[in-house]
Design a binder for this molecule. Sequence first.
Ligand SMILES: *Cc1c(COP(=O)(O)O)cnc(C)c1O
Length: 431
Amino acid sequence: MICNNLTVSEAGHLVFAGVDTVEMAKKYGTPLMLLDEGKIREKCSIYRNAMQKYFTPDSMPLYASKALSFKYIYKIAKSENIGIDCVSAGEIYTAQQAGFPLERAYFHGNSKTDSEIRFAIENGVGHFVCDSVEEVEAVNEIAGALGRKQKILLRITPGIDPHTHKKISTGSVDSKFGVAIETNQAYELVKETLSLENVELTGFHCHIGSQIFEYDPFCDAARIMLRFIADVKKMYGFEASQLNLGGGMAVRYTEDDPEIDYDANIKGIADIVKALCGEFGVKMPQILMEPGRSIVADAGITLYTAGYLKEITGLKNYISIDGGMTDNPRFTLYQSPYTVLLANRANEPCDYKCTVAGRCCESGDIIQEDVMMPKPRRHDTVAVLTTGAYNYAMASHYNKVPKPEVVMIKDGEDFTVIRRETYESMISNEV
Ligand SMILES: *Cc1c(COP(=O)(O)O)cnc(C)c1O
């Protein structure tokens, strides 16, 4: 199957991280998200080890926690000795409540509010990744008022199109993120930042997009960023000690996607980075990367219960499920591919074509179109694979559907890490 944490039992049940998914659906109810702690830790350590080995001993992955943010995952990040990337005070707060050391947190976002900036500085967030001149000035002012000096990186747009879906491509000049080199505004931003008293510039950041299979786009980005670092050194005498290459390494969603060797990709990037440092005459900076999807995506699957089969004569078939865009809006947003199968009949021939439809009052609420599976029956367990990233994190209460339960599997043991929402908890803020 698409990931080595998936097998099929003799009874024909899908087994995930060593547990029978049909049993899990019975025990916890559906929709249910299962997470594989071993897989999350394996990915963290692949990144950590490869980055330390191929870049510098202090280089480090930062888990891009927007992919899936909840207390337990920050505990994993803490114990795996990696950093985190947060994009809101809400994520910072969640990490803090989990006991994550916030000096290893990097605070992102193109629209940080004054109260978020204050919250982050007061609580000791190690670095900000600043997105504009105005933001740097705001951070400088608030840090000054608090009697602090805040370390920051500047987000630069290197002008690279990694050939992915437009909505998830963020490195080109026309982007709401960062400041472009091409327009010279990046240099002006550096100059302004260096003139401010309460911020300390440590380096630069770029993020070129998501779901990138090859490593050359990262090498292209590194080339542009290192040349920028060299130019900045020449112009202002400032030498960056950190270079953050962002996230975006791909994940296998279907059999059509190639397998990805993360260690080899990181080595490939490191070889180029080292050569470029020599070429441009800059010292090798501490390298940071921000994997989100590739840490959690294939560590997650979602289980649903099949509802009704609708066969539209001469056109197509729909099977409805008890979840949908409220727990996984990615097909609706980006037509994202997913592998879908029947978890309780995983050894039967897939000879029936149907579209898996969510329960919301929205024609676009589809999980996947034209899936081949055994002809589904009411109460079958439908499994959607590789749902760990940007599913629960993007969940909503549309149609007042409660968010699902999230259960962690660790060494064959299952335990709840996010409780299922109740109708009461859903309306708890309503007056
Ligand atoms: C979304 C994002 C990431 C993570 O991207 P993945 O594709 O999930 O690895 C990292 N850094 C920044 C700045 C992002 O916006």
